[in-house]
Each structure stands twice: as C-alpha cells, then as structure tokens.
Design a protein around this ligand. Structure first.
Ligand code: FES
Length: 594
C-alpha cells in the first residue's frame, strides 16, 4: 500500500479496509465500512479487485471509477493488488512521524546521578551529614557539589531511612535529589494550553514516555481566553497567585495519575520542561502579565527560564527545576517555539509553514532560510464557542459533515446521537454548504435552496432534526454561525498571506504545510482549503502532526542540545505584528470571502 509502503497478506474475501487494518494503516472509515461515508477512498494501481458495488456507484463518480478509485470497505482483492491511498483517506497520517522524530533525539539530559555509600556518623567521626555526603561525592569524582536548600531540608532523615546507601541526582554541580541507589529517574514535560493541559512522564535513562495524560486548564473558571485571564490578574490583588496555584494543583493531579500508572514515586521526577503561550508561561512562572494586554504587547522575557519546581508548586523531587522554553513574542509563545523545534522546519531548505490553530493561531513561515512568525486572533469559534449549537470536541459532537444530493450526513465523536457541533464539524459544514451552493461567497444562506429553512429570524440549515438528536432539539447553522467561522479562518489566512508578502513569495511556493495542535489534527484539510483557510496546495503538502508542542517539550526534557537549538530558533525569528501592518485590513477583508 503506497505511499505508506506496507504489505499485508489477508484471508480470501477480506476487503481492502480489512487489509489496511491488518497492516496497521489508519484508513478513515467514518461509517464503519457500510459503504456510504466516502471516507475510505483508495486507488487501484495494480492487480484486480471484485466488481464495483452498488454502494460504490452511488458514492463515486464515473470519472473516479474510470480512474481506478474504489471504496476500501467494499473492494475485495481477487489477486495480489497494489493500492494507492490518497492523503485525505489516511487518519492523522503524520502523527507518528513527529513521535518518531522525538525518538531520534540523542539522549542528553541535564541530569546525572551517582551512587554513594557513606559511613554513618560516630563519636570518632562527627562530621555533619552535608559535609559527610559532599566528601563522599568528592571521593566518587564529583568535587564541588553543593546541595540545594530544598534537599538539605530532609537530608538527615533520607540518609538514615536509606541506610546511608544512596543515589544523588546532580544537575551541574548541584545535588537536587536523594533517592535509593539505582532507582530509575524521570522527567515531566508539560504543554500548558489556554484550554487544555497535556503532560508526559519520560524515563530519563531510556528517553521513553512512561505515561501521558491531559486535563482541562482549571483557569477556565477565571476566563475562557487569555485576555480575560490577564484581566483577572490585573483586577485582583492576588489574581496571579490564584491562577498559578489552580494550575499547579491540576498539574499535580496529572503527576499523581501518571506516577500511579508508571508505578513510581513523585520524587523520582527530577526535572521538568514546560511550554505554553506567553500568557500561560508567565502565569505559570509567576511573572507579570499586565503588559501582555498593553501595546506593544511585549513579554517579560524572551529567554529560556529555569525556576525551582517547589517555587511554582509542583510536587516532584524537592530540588528539581522546571525549564521553560523561550517565548518568541507577546502572542507567540514557548509552545510555538516547541512546535518549530519538534517539526524541525527551522532547518529545512523547503519553503515551509507551521500553523498551530487555537484561540490564538501562531504561524511560522520558513522561506529562503529565514524564519518569520505571527499570531492571529482566530477566536474560540473552532472550540465551538459563539456558535449556537457549538460545543467542544466531546462525545456526541458532530465532527464530520457531508452533503450529497441534498442529503446531509453527520458523524459524531464516539458514534453517539448528536448533541452539538465541534470545530472540525463546523468547518466541514461550511465547506459543504459553500460547495453545494447553500452559501454564497459572502457567507449568506441562499433562501431558495431546498435545504434552507425560513425562520422568524435568520434562515438556517437544519443539520440534524430534533428527532435524531441526543437532546431532542434541532441542530442548526445560520449566517451568524457561518460568520464566526469566516472571522476565524479569515484571521488565519490573513496571517499567512502577510508572512508570505513580507517574504516576497506566493502561497503556491509553499512545499510543506504543517498543521499542529489538537484541533488541527482532526480537521479535514480539503474543507480548510474549500473555505479558504488554507491555500489550495496539493494535499500531500499538508502534514497534520498532532501535539507537536508537547513533542518539543519532551525533546527539550531529554536533550540539552535541543534546548540550545530552541534558543537559537528564537534568535533567528523575525516577528511580524499583524495589527499594525499596513496591508492588514485589505488582506483581512479579502480573506473573509468563502
Ligand atoms: S468506510 Fe465508509 S464508505 Fe468505506
């Protein structure tokens, strides 16, 4: 099967979908192989398949059939076959690639550990515990080690509990943890998003991820977006401290959960790396955030930062530190630095774009060896906010929409009865509505279209009638909902076009288009192109890479070299402020069209 390059032997009578599954290839199969969702299209490049079924005739055009396109769930090989899988039929095709890339990072953590055995004190040898340990370390070849204050606090009881045979974890010349000899040591990598947190527990000896988990950012209770959280910090005397403490408490829950899963103690975690947008970074590190809401929106620091884990409330080894990757600008944070790091686009010769879609969307363009970045206020529409029937991506959310022959088909997360529509579903719906002529290029619903229903207020499209939903109410989209998507996609396209303009190149020259982040992983690229959010490039230019920010954080956790690279990347990037760009208004107006 190409371009994946896998072979599979399958029992007679099995479909191509079965073959793909047997070969470990994630083919999209939204309808579960019933033959009507059109998501499993493949092309026969050699060999012979069973005759075309009625379901395939219904879904595929005569031209597609003539060109060898088939539905993988319907077609059964009758001989050896060679199959081509178009990128749109592959489920999150590039996610593994990023995970594979982290595996290639050479293990070079900023931590080492040394086992020592001490003579217990006696009336003949009354050296204090600290000096006794420092002497033993010097004898083991580690002179000039000092023990950090948090380690000193319970050093005496640790030495006695462990019977004077210990492992000292060192960072440079600092002793940061005392553990039983040979006990494995771990690191924590975390991606602090405005909405979601992701955390990874990594074995620092092997570089392997032992556990990973996620949670909603508890700061949501203080404001859905960055500006409202900054507002909370400015308006409340201890606002910053409250938000920081809530975040640390949730991160500690995640740490406990991962420790239980990996069957380790939290003090075996001896190093941490955190990434996040600039506001999340600053709140986590306890820095001022007010200036991020004031022109010209500069961060407190653009350099990497090291803080004590205990100083930011993380319950890991007492002397452990948290390394925060550098920010690029007030609205292009360390999480984007991490995306650039993980995807390696900073060193590519090819004209490349990396987009991380969220409430703020960060974009980096690499052209002629130069990097430029910007941030666009794409808003929360892709999180389902400001959309009447919108919701976050959760069970029962419509994530895919197809309209064919005036029939609407929806697919929900978990296959549950629909209760709302999430970002990828809304994007699909708008793309399909435009493609079928339900919307004009300004986003107005065509009232004469048979699928459009007149109401007292705005005309609307009924995506799912009340009797087929999980809550007994119609799920609909109207012009206001469509306009929210236009604003969001218009902001993203404007950012991209202005970066291209500043670099003097056209969108058609982009060879490599990386879409990062949770939302970006689930969107349909053809829909994003149809609505004009992304340029009309060949589909194989696009790579949906999942949580690249988290991957970059993991790389920085296990490799000092990757930390140096991250600092270099930030120095090379030219930040472009969109709001004051002379071409912004014109470009934005143009980008609103569908
Ligand atoms: S899986 Fe739906 S058409 Fe094949």
């Amino acid at each position: 099967m190409e371009p994946v390059g896998r072979r599979a032997e399958i029992p007679t009578g099995s479909s191509l979908l079965d073959a793909a599954q047997a070969a470990g290839i994630g083919l999209v199969s939204l309808c579960g192989g019933e033959g009507w969702c059109e998501s499993c299209i493949v092309r026969l490049a050699g060999g012979e398949l069973s005759p075309v079924t009625a379901a395939e005739r219904e879904v595929l055009s005569a031209e597609q059939l003539a060109a060898g396109y088939r539905l993988a769930c319907q077609a059964i090989p009758t001989k050896d076959v060679k199959i081509e899988i178009p990128p749109e039929s592959l489920a999150t095709p590039q996610r593994l690639q990023v995970e594979g890339m982290s595996a290639q990072v050479v293990l070079d953590p900023p931590i080492e550990s040394v086992n020592v055995v001490l003579d217990p004190p006696s009336f003949e040898d009354m050296r204090p515990d600290r000096e006794r340990l420092e002497d033993a370390l010097a004898e083991a070849g580690h002179a000039n080690v000092s023990l950090s204050y948090p380690v000193l606090i319970d050093l005496s009881s640790r030495l006695r509990d462990l019977g004077w045979s210990i492992q000292v974890v060192l960072q440079n010349d600092q002793g940061i943890a005392i553990l039983p000899p040979e006990m494995p040591i771990f690191g924590l990598a975390t991606d602090i998003g405005t909405t979601k947190l992701a955390a990874y527990l990594v074995n620092l000896t092997t570089g392997e991820t032992s556990a990973q988990t996620g949670a909603m950012n508890p700061q949501i209770a203080y404001g859905e977006d960055i500006l409202s959280r900054i507002g909370y910090c400015r308006e409340h005397k201890d606002g910053r401290r409250v938000l920081q403490a809530r975040l640390a408490a949730t991160l500690n829950d995640l740490i406990r959960k991962m420790c239980a899963e990996a069957d380790i103690a939290a003090d075996q975690i001896v190093e941490a790396v955190a990434v996040g947008n600039t506001a999340m970074h600053h709140i986590f590190a306890g820095l001022d955030v007010g200036q991020l809401a004031m022109t010209p929106y500069v961060p407190t620091t653009g350099q990497a930062l090291k803080v004590g884990a205990r100083d930011v409330g993380l319950d890991i080894a007492s002397g452990a530190r948290v390394y925060l990757l550098p920010n690029i600008a007030g609205y292009v944070g360390a999480d984007h630095t991490s995306v650039i790091l993980a995807t390696d686009i900073w060193k590519t010769d090819r004209t490349s774009v990396a987009v991380d879609i969220g409430t703020n969307t960060e974009i980096t363009l690499v052209a002629q060896g130069r990097l430029s970045s910007c941030s666009c206020a794409s808003g929360p529409a892709f999180e389902g906010a400001h959309i009447r029937d919108g919701m976050r991506a959760a069970e029962g959310a419509i994530e895919r929409v197809q309209i064919k022959n005036d029939e609407i088909r929806v697919f929900t997360i978990g296959g549950k009865p629909p209760v709302g529509i999430c970002g990828s579903g809304i994007l699909d719906a708008v793309a399909e509505m435009r493609r079928c002529g339900i919307l004009d290029d300004k986003g107005a619903l065509q009232e004469e279209h048979p699928l459009v229903r007149q109401t007292d207020q705005l005309p609307e499209l009924v995506l799912v009638p009340a009797d087929a939903t999980g809550h007994g109410r119609d799920i609909t989209l109207n012009r206001k909902d469509v306009n929210e998507i236009q604003l969001a996609k218009g902001a993203i396209r404007t950012g991209l076009e202005l970066l291209l303009l500043e670099s003097g190149i056209g969108a058609e020259q982009v060879e490599n288009f990386i879409v990062a982040g949770a939302f970006g992983t689930y969107i349909s690229i053809p829909s994003a192109i149809q609505v004009g959010m992304f340029p009309d490039l060949p589909l194989d230019c696009f790579h949906q890479v999942g949580n690249a920010a988290g991957m970059g954080a993991k790389q920085a956790l296990i490799s000092l070299e990757r930390r140096r690279v991250a600092q270099d990347i930030v120095k090379q990037i030219k930040y472009i402020e969109l709001t004051t760009h002379p071409a912004f208004q014109k470009q934005f107006m143009r980008a609103l069209f569908l």
